[in-house]
Design a protein around this ligand. Structure first.
Ligand SMILES: Nc1nc2c(ncn2[C@@H]2O[C@H](COP(=O)(O)OP(=O)(O)OP(=O)(O)O)[C@@H](O)[C@H]2O)c(=O)[nH]1
Ligand SMILES: [Zn+2]
Length: 212
């Protein structure tokens, strides 16, 4: 197993975003509230009117909640491990619902993640921990491709399985409520690692189970 402390700032291969935790600025809430006040003024609103008076503080808290995954290392969840000598097949957790925020527009992305791995040496993690890993990476300003990669990377780092497959299906509000205005379109991203990366037949079998 990889030493998480030593690799807390290990970069995701494709774009150098850390998998581990960032430190939260002490004045984060205050700065967020001030920024929201500026946005309201910039669109011509009056942040002092009754309905908006508490909005900056409320939105500041909301951002700290939806970006809460920045301040945790989701790999920590995978340290809950069990050994099971009898189980030699794949473990699949389907339909893990998540909400994230697109880093280009800071608009919501919502969808489902499906996670599968082939344990090595009978090393298993708790099923809920896979959902917690998805949640931890979702609660950050994200790219869907990066999030898919980060979930797979975390599993490789901590569980060292023989194979991993992560599939994410999501709808991006930046495509639905603005811009191209294409509601209902879904983006699907996949990452295969370990033996499933090259074993086409095994990958297709797991993919059909994941998406079936
Ligand atoms: N690959 C990828 N693209 C994303 C994701 N989230 C949002 N985008 C895209 O990021 C792109 C940003 O394009 P820009 O041209 O810089 O921004 P924009 O003018 O707002 O683009 P439009 O959305 O086409 O109006 C858009 O095509 C979005 O659809 C994601 O998770 N992955
Ligand atoms: Zn977007």
């Amino acid at each position: 197993m990889t030493d998480l402390n030593a690799t807390a700032m290990t970069a995701c291969k494709d774009d150098q975003r850390p998998l581990g935790a960032l430190s939260r600025p002490v004045d984060a809430e205050e700065r967020l509230a001030s920024a929201i006040r500026t946005i309201l003024e910039a669109v011509g609103e009056n942040p002092e009117r009754e309905g908006l008076q508490d909005t900056p503080q409320r939105v500041a808290k909301m951002y700290l909640e939806v970006f809460g995954g920045l301040y945790e290392d989701p790999r920590e969840h995978l340290k809950t491990q069990f050994s099971a000598d009898q189980h030699h097949g794949a473990v699949i957790v389907k339909d893990i619902r998540f909400h994230s925020m697109c880093e280009h527009h800071l608009l919501p992305v919502h969808g489902k993640a499906h996670v599968a791995y082939l344990p090595a040496g009978g090393r298993l993690t708790g099923l809920s921990k896979l959902a917690r890993v998805v949640e931890g990476f979702a609660r950050r300003p994200q790219l869907q491709e990066r999030m898919t990669d980060q979930v797979a990377q975390a599993m490789e780092d901590v569980l060292a399985p023989e194979a991993v497959l992560v599939v994410i299906e999501a709808e991006h509000m930046c495509m639905s409520m603005r811009g191209v205005r294409s509601p209902g379109s879904t983006t699907v991203t996949t990452v295969a690692r370990g033996t499933w990366k090259h074993d086409h037949a095994a990958r297709m079998e797991i993919l059909s189970l994941l998406r079936g």
